[in-house]
Design a protein around this ligand. Sequence first.
Ligand SMILES: Cc1cc2nc3c(=O)[nH]c(=O)nc-3n(C[C@H](O)[C@H](O)[C@H](O)COP(=O)(O)OP(=O)(O)OC[C@H]3O[C@@H](n4cnc5c(N)ncnc54)[C@H](O)[C@@H]3O)c2cc1C
Length: 350
Amino acid sequence: MQFQKISFEESLENFVIKPRICVGCGSCVAVCPFNCLEYAAHGPKIISECKSCGICAQICPRFNFSMQLSERFVFGRERAVDEEFGIYKRIVIAQTTSDDVRRACQDGGLVTSLLLFALENGFVNGAVISGESSNEPLKAVPKLALSRDEVLHYAGTRYTYSPNMLALRDAVLKKIGKVIFVGTPCQIHAVRKIQMLPLKRYADVLSISIGLFCSESFTYEGLVNKFVQEKLRITPSEVLKMNIKGKLILKMKNGEVKTASLKDIKEYACRFCATCPDFSAELADISAGGLGLEGWTLTIIRTERGEELFKKAEAAGAVRVRPVESEENKIVELLTRISKRKRENAIKTC
Ligand SMILES: Cc1cc2nc3c(=O)[nH]c(=O)nc-3n(C[C@H](O)[C@H](O)[C@H](O)COP(=O)(O)OP(=O)(O)OC[C@H]3O[C@@H](n4cnc5c(N)ncnc54)[C@H](O)[C@@H]3O)c2cc1C
């Protein structure tokens, strides 16, 4: 990739922040070698004179991002026209075998099981994931997890945006060694740009990436403050788990379940998500989503590295796979439809 020395103002400020397509992933803040940027509100803020090194522009998932170049880097080829949700090796419906994980996870607990397996079997020293803010319930915040207890504690989905790249910076600064990275599709784009450059300090620690399917994320002010608290009159700290399965489902700590229509929360979706063409984290080593399944995770194993981790976790009995059945075809059809729609909508919106 050709390296261009360009300032933050000439690149990201003009072409990403002003047009309001910044996803707030925090990659630019994390990698700036001169600490010129800080993460403020929902994105980068310049706090000292930019030295025009150009690194932030090189790794931003919204500046000169090319899916074709990235595919050639990750898979050695570009996708064929009928590979609607990207290149992959195989698709399975998977589930944790651990009761601890099942209690804490969002869908099948596949992601948490793979994180635990990787951590406990010497694949990695840490997991870059997302947890919940200690003072703002239901708010996603980046976390670097170094132990089984931490990984379990941070299982489950928060539907607000979590700049997990900031936890990757922690891993680099703390010199903890190799990490497994979990993130939304836009964050996996940034991971691949870092590896393609390569920005060695970061690329060297990134061992494997798990991408989460993502239609959209939501603003905290909108989804939690306005909708959950003001409209539904629910205290956020009383919510045990939030899920989206055709509707918004809130499992309360007292055992009650409350639901709301997705139409009612649409207005709180992050604006920048409408310009994202990638539903199923098409560049991740492994992609995972619920896609309407109850207690199982639809899992797309895309790369050799992903296959190696998954096979070993399965052989060790950490995850189980549901036998292939006719339902799988329906799920693949659904995945194809959603992926196409997301890409087409992004093209219309851009
Ligand atoms: C914003 C968002 C939107 C999503 N939209 C869809 C969708 O439309 N359709 C679909 O099928 N699936 C969607 N998912 C994925 C789904 O919610 C589950 O994460 C996935 O099915 C894996 O389930 P699991 O039980 O295997 O994961 P778990 O074992 O529960 O592990 C989930 C992991 O995700 C991490 N995490 C939690 N919240 C975030 C966050 N905000 N950002 C980054 N990492 C996070 C946790 O730290 C944990 O490590 C979405 C996820 C997010 C974060």
